[in-house]
Ligand binder design. Structure first.
Ligand code: F6R
Ligand code: MG
Ligand code: MG
Length: 371
């Protein structure tokens, strides 16, 4: 069976206004490039979306993961949209395009990437999550809940095709290492790492060999790109994306949406320097306004049909997430009341990736020895 690949590649190449959302002209420009690529036979299907100030390219194709042609298309699309962003003088035009010229792979060049290659099942539900004003570690909590927590995912308890659990691939993004954990057997080891979400990040989840989905096919993938490590300086947070497959031996759609009923704390928000609640919102509500936030997540649902991305369904456009949103706003108020104090502001170690070290440097000479 021919495999299909779904690639979600995103970049902030100019905000409107400030860092709040994406101007429609950038979306139109991206759509033109994608449409041409579909007509040329490179793409099977595509959707252009935005989460806050990030332009999101969701593409299906037969070229596999890390394909030069697909990454090149994304780069070319971001470049074309950057031209428009510059012409409109949008804020931070071209911000995430860190490399000068594309040279085969978009990884490490600024944009965030999540790609899944699989043999399409009889029914293939897929959710694309897109977050703004936070970092890749923000996916640790929900991905853990979806694939390892029986209080979240009833299928882990009652569905024989899920009962054996899943395998988690965790990356240490600071030391560039990876490790695999089989869960539930190694649940506590997994949690020992992924609780430290600025360093250890769930990259992929695989089924076990009792699953109807082949064990070598990832069923979830998260973007792990860190702009700071590429640019060597603060260029905003690395607003992450994820793709999650669902149903028939995988967590049900409702199980993969359930963790977002709790507006858990993530780091990012204003100047990439603050902890705050993640708020699940509809596409229309994904602009980041209050204190450049609060951090938001949208969920675009699809059925994949012979490579076509049938959708999107705007999954958080639903009153059943109203309480999560209200709670997020209440937590936002509470956190904001701390002003520049931790734990609203990130701990010093994390502030290394922001502009605070420049301020601290200025004060260096003022220090005298204590008694
Ligand atoms: C956070 C973010 C914004 C900016 C802030 C300052 O990820 O993008 O909160 O950090 O608006 O932006 P500049 O320095 O562009 O004025
Ligand atoms: Mg921005
Ligand atoms: Mg952003």
């Amino acid at each position: 069976m021919e495999k299909i690949t779904v690639s979600l590649i995103k970049a902030d190449i100019g905000g409107f206004p400030g860092h709040s959302t994406v101007h429609h002209k950038l979306i139109d420009t991206a759509k033109e490039q994608m449409q041409q690529a579909m007509e040329d036979g490179l793409l099977v299907d595509y959707h252009v979306l935005n989460a806050g100030d990030d332009l999101q390219l969701l593409m299906s194709h037969r070229k596999g993961v890390d394909a030069e042609e697909i990454h090149g298309l994304a780069w070319k699309t971001f470049e074309a949209a950057t031209e428009v962003a510059k012409e409109l003088k949008l804020h931070g035009a071209g911000q995430d395009l860190l490399g000068d010229a594309f040279s085969g792979n978009i990884r490490g060049m600024g944009p965030g990437i999540a790609e899944l290659e699989f043999v399409e099942r009889g029914s293939e539900p897929l959710v694309a999550y897109m977050m703004d004003k936070t970092e890749p570690g923000a996916f640790n909590y929900p991905i853990y809940k979806i694939f390892a927590d029986p209080f979240n995912t009833a299928g882990l308890v009652v569905d024989p095709t899920m009962h054996a659990g899943y395998v988690f691939e965790v990356w240490d993004i600071k030391d560039k290492k990876k490790v695999f954990f089989r869960c539930p057997e190694e649940l506590y080891s997994l949690l020992a790492l992924i609780g430290a979400k600025s360093k250890y990040i769930i990259k992929r989840v695989f089924p076990k060999d009792t699953s109807p989905v082949p064990a070598e096919e990832a069923v979830a993938v998260i973007s792990t790109e860190k702009l700071f490590f590429t640019a060597g300086k603060y260029v905003g947070k690395d607003d992450p994306v994820a793709l999650v497959r669902s149903q028939s031996g995988l967590p049900a759609l409702g199980e993969i949406l359930e963790p977002f009923s709790m507006p858990y704390l993530v780091s990012g928000w204003m100047r990439g320097s603050h902890n705050g609640p993640i708020m699940p919102v509809s596409f229309a509500d994904s602009q980041c306004t209050r204190f450049d936030g609060p951090p938001r997540v949208i969920a675009a649902g699809f059925q994949v049909s012979n490579g076509r991305l049938v959708g999107p369904a705007d999954l958080f456009d639903d009153p059943s997430y109203d309480f999560a949103r209200s709670k997020a706003l209440e937590i936002a108020d509470y956190m904001r009341a701390h002003g520049p104090f931790e734990p609203h502001r990130l701990p010093l170690e994390e502030m290394e990736y922001t502009t605070l070290p420049d301020i601290l440097k200025k004060l260096e000479d003022r220090f005298e020895d204590t008694d």
